[in-house]
Design a protein. Structure first.
Length: 140
């Protein structure tokens, strides 16, 4: 496990989209988080499919909890939160944020991302869309 240095942190090396930040957990936590591997399998008809399988001898409870928590966050719309939404939530909870570390003049403003507001459903008819006819046979 690589521990980030202060130099790497200040260079922004650990700020890529999708990057996960963890507090200092023990080794067992990360063994469980990485307890499954992607396996290539051939079906009876000769097609190739990929499946996630547990690594023998390793528990995967931490991985399961993380997947469920991630799904719950997506369901309630945390993926679509903008910085202004997080600030409004902090204000409603009475949390005061510390003053910014950089001068205000040096802060680059980013326009808000377009998209639905948090809490609004992505599709009104579920993840398969509105059912019209037999969708398995292509009659939509």
């Amino acid at each position: 496990m690589q521990v980030p240095t202060d130099e790497a942190k200040s260079a922004g090396a650990f700020e890529a989209p999708g990057f996960c930040h963890f507090p200092e957990y023990g080794e067992e936590y990360f063994r469980q988080l990485t307890a499954e591997q992607l396996i290539r399998k051939a079906t009876r008809r000769g097609f190739v499919k990929f499946v996630w399988e547990p690594i023998p001898g390793r528990e995967n409870h931490v991985l399961d909890c993380r997947v469920y928590a991630r799904a719950a966050a997506a369901v309630v719309g945390l993926d679509r939160f903008r910085e202004s939404d997080w600030l409004a939530l902090e204000r409603s909870l009475g949390v005061t944020s510390p003053p910014p570390a950089t001068p205000v003049a040096a802060v680059k403003t980013v326009p808000p991302e377009p998209g639905p507001r948090p809490g609004t459903p992505v599709r009104a008819h579920g993840w398969l869309g509105r059912r019209q006819g037999n969708w398995l046979r292509g009659n939509r």
